[in-house]
Write a protein of this length. Structure first.
Ligand SMILES: [Zn+2]
Length: 127
């Protein structure tokens, strides 16, 4: 984490809730991943969309904040628009992993890691 990330990982623009670090953010049971808006020119500038269910606000975070979670192989070729491409990256609400051997596929692996992050147990839930 670089110093320009600030003293906390993310602050909710609506209710002001702060998450001190990424693990705390992803494990928060009130944070739900909603979508991924691909940036085809610079993949790391794609946006991950998260819903803060406490206040109902959607927050967007750059993919580059999460890409280090994935340490597998990254394909160098882009398959977007070819027959091998299922077009997931064209739809923000489509979060399934991509089977194509495509440069964009690793970001979707990162999406899966974020979505499947183990949520912390909370003692007080209002359903
Ligand atoms: Zn909030």
């Amino acid at each position: 984490m670089t110093s320009d990330a600030g003293p906390y990982f993310k602050q909710c623009p609506m209710c002001g809730h702060r998450w001190q670090d990424r693990e705390g953010f992803l494990s928060d049971p009130d944070v739900r991943m909603l979508g991924y808006m691909a940036n085809f020119e610079r993949l790391e500038l794609g946006l991950f969309l998260f819903d803060h269910q406490v206040c109902g606000t959607t927050m967007s975070l750059k993919a580059s904040l999460f890409t280090d979670l994935y340490d597998g192989s990254v394909y160098v070729e882009r398959q977007t628009g070819t027959e091998a491409c299922p077009g997931h990256c064209l739809h923000a609400e489509e979060l399934d992993p991509c089977p194509a051997q495509c440069e964009c596929a690793y970001v979707r692996e990162v999406v899966s890691i974020c979505r499947n992050w183990e949520k912390a147990a909370t003692s007080v839930r209002n359903g």
